[in-house]
Design a protein around this ligand. Structure first.
Ligand SMILES: [Fe+2]
Length: 398
C-alpha cells in the first residue's frame, strides 16, 4: 500500500527495548544513553507546540497483577463469565509481569526523544472485575501511577472510557468518580486553560491548539451530538474522535455490533457521522478489538481514517508488523469467526456499509505502542510492535 511505508530510524540495529536490556542489563541507563531526555513543554514555544506535536499512544492495557488476590479477592465467583474472566486475570498477570513493562518503557523512551505533548490511552486501561469499590479505586490509582511513571515530567495523560474500566459491582460510579476530575485536570494541564465546565461523559471535547479532540463513551454517546460538535467547530484543522469501541465494524469478531454507533437505532446518525468525517477528513482512534487495524475510506464527500491500537501483548501476539490482512478485499471475517456469527445477513449488512468506501485496510493481532505525529499538514501514526523502538509501519491518517 502506498501510504504504509517502512522507515529508517535513528537507532541503528537496536530494534527493541528487550534487546537493549539484554545487551546492557539496565534499561534506564541504556535508554538515557541512546535517547537523550527532552521535554516538549520546556523546549518548544506554545505556538509551535500547538501546530506540531507528538502523542504517545497506548491501546488497551488491561492492567492487573498477580496473584489474583491483589485485585480479585472479592470477585463474585457466581458470575456466569467467571471461566473466561479467570483466564483473562491469568493472561493479564503474566503480561504485566514481563512484557507490558517493557512495552511501556519503550513508549516512554520514545516520548523522551520526540518531544511528546501527552499520552493517550484508548480505553480498557484496567481489567476491572474487582466487585469491591475500594479495590476498583485502588486498581485505577495503581494503574495510572504505574503508566505515568516512566514518562518524562508530569506529562498529561488522557484515557477514554472502555467497557472494562467500570466492570464489576459498584464499578461504574467508582470509574466516573475517578475519571471526571482526573480528565478535567489532565486536559487543563494539556491545553493550559481552565475548562468552562468540568469533564462529564458521555462526550468530552476540547481544542488542542487548532485541532478539535472529542473523546466519547462509545456505549452511550449519541452520534448526532458528536456531529453537532464537529459542525459547530468549522475552523478546526484536524478533527480527532477517540472512542474505545471502534466506529468501523471490526471484521473478525462475533461482537461486531459492540462499537460506537453499532446499535440498530443509530442507522441514520451513523450515516451522518460517516459523512461528517468524510467532509472534514476526520481521524478516529479506537481500541477494544485487541488488534492493530487501519482503515482509510474515500467517497464523493472526501475521505477519513480510523486507527485501532492494541497494547495487550500476550504470549501469542505476533511480534512484528506483518499484516494478517492488507487489502480492502480482505475486509471480511476469517472462517473461524464467520462460524461464530449467528445472523450472517446482519453481519454482512454492517460490513457492507463500510466496504464500498474502503480504500486501504491493514489488520493484525499484533500489539505494541504507537506515536501519533501531528504536523500542520499531515497526521501519521507510527506502529512499534511489542517493545520495539523502531517503527514497524507508518500509517498516513491525513
Ligand atoms: Fe473493550
Amino acid at each position: 500500500m502506498k501510504s504504509i511505508q517502512r522507515r529508517d530510524f535513528v537507532i541503528g540495529s537496536l530494534t527493541s527495548l528487550g534487546s537493549l536490556i539484554a545487551l546492557n542489563g539496565r534499561a534506564d541507563a541504556v535508554l538515557s544513553a541512546v535517547l537523550p531526555e527532552t521535554n516538549a513543554v520546556a523546549d518548544v514555544s506554545a505556538g509551535l507546540n500547538a501546530l506540531a506535536y507528538n502523542v504517545a499512544v497506548l491501546g488497551d492495557t488491561h492492567y492487573d497483577a498477580e496473584p489474583e488476590s491483589v485485585y480479585h479477592s472479592h470477585y463474585d465467583e457466581s458470575n456466569i463469565h467467571s471461566k473466561v474472566q479467570h483466564a483473562e486475570f491469568k493472561r493479564n498477570g503474566a503480561m504485566w509481569r514481563e512484557r507490558c513493562p517493557k512495552l511501556l518503557a519503550a513508549s516512554a523512551a520514545l516520548a523522551r526523544q520526540n518531544k511528546t505533548d501527552f499520552i493517550l490511552q484508548l480505553g480498557d486501561i484496567i481489567q476491572g472485575d474487582c466487585d469491591h469499590v475500594p479495590t476498583h479505586q485502588k486498581m485505577l490509582d495503581d494503574c495510572i501511577k504505574m503508566l505515568k511513571k516512566p514518562y518524562p515530567g508530569d506529562m498529561p495523560f488522557l484515557t477514554v472510557v472502555g467497557n472494562h474500566d467500570f466492570r464489576g459491582k459498584g464499578a461504574r460510579k467508582a470509574y466516573f468518580d475517578f475519571a471526571h476530575p482526573f480528565m478535567t485536570a489532565e486536559i487543563e494541564k494539556l491545553t493550559g486553560k481552565k475548562r468552562k465546565k468540568p469533564v462529564n461523559y458521555p462526550i468530552v471535547s476540547f481544542r488542542k491548539g487548532p485541532d478539535l479532540w472529542i473523546l466519547c463513551d462509545f456505549e452511550r454517546a449519541m452520534l448526532n451530538k458528536i456531529c453537532n460538535i464537529i459542525d459547530k467547530d468549522a475552523t478546526a484543522r484536524h478533527v480527532f474522535i477517540v472512542t474505545h469501541g471502534p466506529f468501523t465494524t471490526y471484521a473478525n469478531t462475533k461482537s461486531y455490533r459492540w462499537r460506537l454507533g453499532g446499535g440498530t437505532r443509530a442507522l441514520e446518525s451513523r450515516q451522518r457521522l460517516f459523512d461528517t468525517l468524510s467532509k472534514r477528513r476526520g481521524i478516529v482512534l479506537s481500541g477494544h478489538t485487541h488488534s492493530t487495524t487501519y482503515y482509510r475510506f474515500e467517497n464523493s464527500l472526501g475521505s477519513f481514517c480510523e486507527f485501532t491500537g492494541n497494547s495487550v501483548w500476550t504470549e501469542k501476539s505476533p511480534t512484528d508488523a506483518t499484516p494478517k490482512n492488507s487489502t480492502p478485499e480482505e475486509y471480511t471475517p476469517a472462517e473461524r469467526f464467520l462460524k461464530m456469527i449467528r445472523n450472517k445477513d446482519d453481519y454482512y449488512s454492517e460490513i457492507n456499509f463500510f466496504k464500498p468506501s474502503l480504500k486501504e485496510y491493514y489488520e493484525t493481532r499484533a500489539a505494541g505502542h504507537y506515536r501519533l505525529k501531528v504536523t500542520e499538514k499531515s497526521v501519521e501514526m507510527e506502529f512499534y510492535p511489542c517493545d520495539a523502538i523502531t517503527p514497524g509501519r507508518v500509517f498516513k491518517l491525513k
